[in-house]
Design a protein around this ligand. Structure first.
Ligand code: COA
Length: 257
């Protein structure tokens, strides 16, 4: 599956996956998830490829899942959700390093995918947000496990439940972001890391990464548990109201009791 909203490029031994739908802040649609999953799978099979790189465009990483598609997916045949799940299920199974260069907004899956990356470089204006609960949803992509592990429970709760926006500096202090770089330098800095990784002995790199990741089955299990609840929540009155409100550019009104 290809989608022109995902640009797939090779630079040396790096595969660049670029979110490229700037008019919608690079919000991800079913075909975009399918294109990402295809590229990751092909890249994993290609022995010439050393590293996967995620980048945004138009000064934004990604505003997360397309909310219009969330709303439609609560009544469609499930095709969109299948593409989302295929991509998300793949993340803990990737064996080659993944690096991200984050400029501007990284929302929803744009933030949770970073917890599967090996290195994250960000600009000082990068903003990280996971407003799942505000949307009537639950955390996804293993974030209910990985974020408390990486950030500590309190910071993870602040992000995953309160939906607080985190700055690049806060994420650097918390250990998610390796370095903050100028926007004009971001892609060159990310490619420099990719080139350094590509120069490593491939088998030693693979084994070292696998040892550092440990048993990823627990992450995969959590991704599946989350996905089951997430799929139910998509159809909930709370989520539908939150999606409608976003699309109608008004505050949501949630019923209590
Ligand atoms: N899904 C669908 N469309 C989205 C989107 C998303 N996740 N994020 C942004 N867009 C669209 C907006 O609806 C708008 O479309 P329009 O020009 O047709 O009205 C366009 O992208 C520009 O977004 P806008 O909201 O005007 O930009 P902003 O700079 O004021 O705000 C965000 C940017 C990302 C803070 C805001 O758009 C937002 O909160 N988006 C939703 C993020 C989200 O909750 N994602 C899901 C996480 S699970």
């Amino acid at each position: 599956m290809t989608s022109h909203d995902i640009e797939v490029m090779r630079v040396g031994a790096a595969q660049i996956l670029r979110f490229n739908r700037p008019v919608k802040k690079n919000a991800l649609t079913g075909p975009m998830y399918a294109a990402l999953a295809d590229a990751l799978e092909q890249g994993e099979r290609d022995s010439r490829l050393a590293v996967h790189v995620f980048l945004g465009s138009g000064g934004v990483f990604t505003a997360g899942n397309d909310i219009g598609e969330f709303l439609a997916s609560s009544s469609d045949d499930g095709t969109t959700l299948m593409s989302v799940l295929r991509f998300i299920n793949l993340l803990p199974r990737i064996e080659k390093p993944m690096i991200a260069g984050v400029e501007g907004l990284a929302v929803g899956v744009g933030a949770t995918l970073l917890f599967h990356c090996d290195m994250v470089l960000a600009t000082s204006d990068a903003r990280f947000q996971t407003p799942f609960v505000d949307l009537g949803l639950v955390p996804e992509a293993g974030s209910s496990l990985l974020m408390p592990q990486r950030l500590g429970y309190a910071r993870a709760f602040e992000m995953l439940v309160l939906g607080h926006v985190m700055s690049a500096e806060r994420m650097r202090e918390a250990g998610l972001v390796n370095a903050i770089v100028e926007a004009a330098e971001l892609e060159a800095a990310v490619l420099k890391v990719a080139t350094a990784l590509a120069a490593k002995p491939p088998e030693a790199l693979r084994l070292a990464r696998a040892l550092m990741r440990g048993d990823t089955k627990a992450v995969s299990r959590r991704v599946e548990e989350e996905a089951e609840i997430f799929a139910q929540r998509l159809r909930s009155p709370e989520a539908r109201e939150a999606f409608q409100a976003f699309l109608e550019k008004r505050p949501p009104e949630f019923k209590r009791g």
